[in-house]
Design a protein around this ligand. Sequence first.
Ligand SMILES: C[S@@+](CC[C@H](N)C(=O)[O-])C[C@H]1O[C@@H](n2cnc3c(N)ncnc32)[C@H](O)[C@@H]1O
Length: 389
Amino acid sequence: MANETLSKAKEAKNDEFYTQFHDIEREVEVYLEYDPNVFRGKTVLLPCDDPEWSNFTRYFAQNFERLGLKKLISTSYAVESKKIKEWQPTLFETESPYFDADKSRTNGKIFVLDEDINGDGRFNINDLQWSYLEGDGDFRSAEVKALRDEADIIVTNPPFSLFREFLAWIVEAEKKFLVIGSMNAITYKEIFPLIMDNKLWLGNGFQSGNAYFRIIGEANYANGVYDESTGLVKFRNCCWMTNLDHGRRHQPLQLMTMADNLKFSKHKEIKGRASYDHYDNYDAIDVPYTDAIPSDYEGVMGVPVSFLDKYCPEQFEIIGITKTWFGFADKTYPEQIQVGKDGRRSKVTKLNDGATIKHSEVPEGETYYIVNGQIFSQVYARVLIRKKQ
Ligand SMILES: C[S@@+](CC[C@H](N)C(=O)[O-])C[C@H]1O[C@@H](n2cnc3c(N)ncnc32)[C@H](O)[C@@H]1O
């Protein structure tokens, strides 16, 4: 349900989800634990922020000294460009000598912290200086691009609807980054190759996989997503994506051998079987659960996309992904008859879109495909991995 809401939000171009302070704090601590100097002497840019101080700005300004930052820059997107109807500037803005009623709606803002403005001997949130940007703060503008080029590390929760473009914007400038995105984005053909090349990986993540965001405007969500008492929405499939290193990424998964899995697995699809399924159109076995990866299998294995949350590059290498770009299958099937769970039959060619399993009898409760009298099913998107030698 929550995933559905996220994609609805995407369609509606509703990008106004605001990140909570403790989620930022919890995530950043993981990188500091691994390397206490990760931010030392660095310029951090927080683009795509709120018209007012965001929690990203608050966190990095409050921790400026502890992190050893050289400079903090945050930029926001103009209220008018966001298409927010009911927006009132805060006293912070209206009482400032820089306030301009027109620019307040049409221009983005920039906040900078790099000197001890009030001379109290500390660098903190009280030393943030702000002004209007020349334009609306679009991350694609020349103005914000120049800030990107100046920065060492880019941190934000970018607009979901522009996620591909935003990531490409970071990658083309070869910057370090820590951003929030949807797990669905992992399978995009622009993003998965970065994962394969160890240029992007998952961060620590939200507590128990639940990401809560503050919203503004109408709370038009399915049951269980919006909580009126907190004013927060909950999404299940959000993650942090980064190229900053953290410790969990180097902890190998504790796994059983294939023989032990087949004997003792807690999953009924594995326990008691003679072997793992082998794909019909690619030389790999299907492993439907990350904790069922056999520790002693030397060949290629298709594992769920959620494996990436546990991926340790010293333990496994990633070879590809099925479904979205299974361009390297060993076989192409002619037109198939798809038989749905309700028994409905239709002619399709989609068996070629992913990894397939050949069955000796009709699989129970599953959609299946008939090709030249033979029966096949298709598995969900799988990441293809192999044990590191
Ligand atoms: C998911 S929200 C996150 C806001 C803030 N970073 C946070 O996490 O609290 C994304 C923000 O990006 C803004 N935005 C949308 N399109 C943008 C663009 N082209 N350039 C810059 N910001 C944009 C949205 O208005 C929204 O405020």
